[in-house]
Design a protein around this ligand. Structure first.
Ligand SMILES: Cc1ncc(C[n+]2csc(CCOP(=O)(O)OP(=O)(O)O)c2C)c(N)n1
Ligand SMILES: [Mg+2]
Length: 396
């Protein structure tokens, strides 16, 4: 695809020589101190231009096969999380619930129900060699990036067939074989990891990119600024994706965000940002196509601000009674899978085709549950592997 028609040569380093001649002599060089070689400074990063909307009608019947593929990915995520939600009841002591030990999935489980279109629309443009960083709400990102559903279920069960041998759980899933660098339990912590990964890609001269998913709550933490600043200064190949689900745990995000939010903060650093209806998988797909194309072509970082809604509570046992039921009901009407189905039928596709996809997704999840049930627990000795050693020294 074509990039945004910007000046791709914006990132030219300028000569440092003129500055050297005019620099005041501070004396240290004459005193025998070895003079450090100056590396050329990066020229100030040029503000990037906002993408122009694609001239492609969202309801073009020629797009039926694409929409069907995107729907299938969303259906797998939905089926996985619906099952995991049920399996986790009784598995965590929080929100006035007490874990009874009987649950197959234990510990906090954050569902991305209602947000599937963001992960799927963006990841449709990624290769296995591209990198992705995720959040505490990472099942959708992980599946959309191509990770194995059965191994993710195994990890949730704590079984040895899981991605982390059953020792990580939902918030620590990683699968480097498909570029999924990890879920993350620390809000905003994925942002600098993504920037670092993109810097490595640049140093290695690769045209792979890094996609960084983060929540609307994360933009109020320092790492958001640090990561975007570094990415822009070094013109890194990273796409920042804000999944704005309007909530940060039990708090509405809006009243906590000063100014105009993620896009405005990004643009203040010169990083072009664009907002999209994050529940419309084709719209996300089309905007992400442009932004991924620009980032991959070396035009510097971009930010995609996806407006969506967290249909479930903060974790699977949270009934989210602190929300206005009318708000939740309105969000259910805007469910990304229902929306995709409606458009699919309007384009001329059949409901039966999507029903078959739903059934296939449920069967895949049921198989994964059977595999996880049958898989062995990690060996006790495994408690001492894959851990960081701090040595036997003392803490200061
Ligand atoms: C640094 C840090 N502070 C607080 C928390 C507790 N916490 C977990 S999720 C969350 C809300 C995050 O909101 P957002 O970034 O919008 O993501 P969402 O849960 O909506 O997907 C908070 C405050 C944490 N995990 N890490
Ligand atoms: Mg949020």
């Amino acid at each position: 695809m074509e990039a945004e028609g910007e000046d791709m040569g914006a990132h030219k380093s300028h000569s440092w020589k003129a500055h050297e001649h005019s620099a005041p002599n501070r004396g240290w060089a004459d005193a025998g101190t070895p003079k450090r070689a100056h590396r050329p400074l990066h020229s100030p990063a040029k503000p990037s231009q906002a993408p122009k909307p694609l001239e492609r009608p969202l309801s073009d019947p020629a797009r039926i096969p694409l929409l069907q593929r995107l729907y299938a990915q969303m259906a797998r995520i939905r089926a996985f999380e619906n099952a995991a939600e049920t399996l986790s009841q009784g598995g965590v002591s929080a929100y006035n619930k007490t874990a009874d030990g009987s649950a197959k999935v234990r510990g906090p489980l954050h569902l991305s129900t209602g947000q599937e279109a963001v992960a799927v629309g963006v990841c449709a443009h990624l290769r296995a060699s591209d990198y992705l960083t995720s959040t505490h709400r990472g099942h959708g990102h992980t599946l959309a990036k191509g990770a194995d559903l059965s191994r993710m279920m195994g990890e949730l069960y704590g079984k040895s067939n899981g991605f982390n041998g059953g020792k990580g759980g939902s918030m620590h899933i990683a699968d480097f074989s498909v570029g999924m660098l990890g879920a993350n339990g620390v809000v905003a912590a994925g942002l600098p990891i993504a920037t670092g990964a993109a810097h490595a890609q640049k140093l290695l001269g690769r045209d792979d990119i890094t996609v960084c998913f983060f929540g609307d709550g994360a933009i109020n933490r320092g790492p958001f600024l640090e990561a975007l600043n570094w990415a822009q200064v070094h013109q890194l190949q990273v796409l920042f994706v804000c999944e704005d689900n309007r909530w940060s745990a039990t708090t509405a995000s809006g009243p906590m965000i000063a100014g105009d939010g993620a896009s405005a903060r990004s643009e203040s650093l010169g990083i072009a940002a664009a907002a999209v209806d994050g529940n419309d998988v084709l719209a996300v797909h089309d905007l992400a196509e442009q932004l991924v194309g620009a980032v991959r072509s070396g035009a510097g970082p971009r930010l995609l601000h996806a407006l969506t809604y967290r249909i479930k509570g903060h974790v699977s046992v949270d009934l989210a009674a602190y929300r206005d039921p009318a708000e939740v009901a309105a969000a259910m009407h805007n469910d990304p899978l229902a929306k995709a189905r409606e458009r699919f039928v309007a384009m001329g596709g059949t409901s039966a085709a999507l029903d078959a996809i739903d059934a296939q997704a449920s069967a895949e999840v049921a198989q994964a549950m059977q595999t996880a049930d049958a898989a062995p627990w990690p060996e006790p000795a495994g408690a001492f592997t894959d851990i960081q050693t701090t040595g036997d020294g003392q803490w200061y």
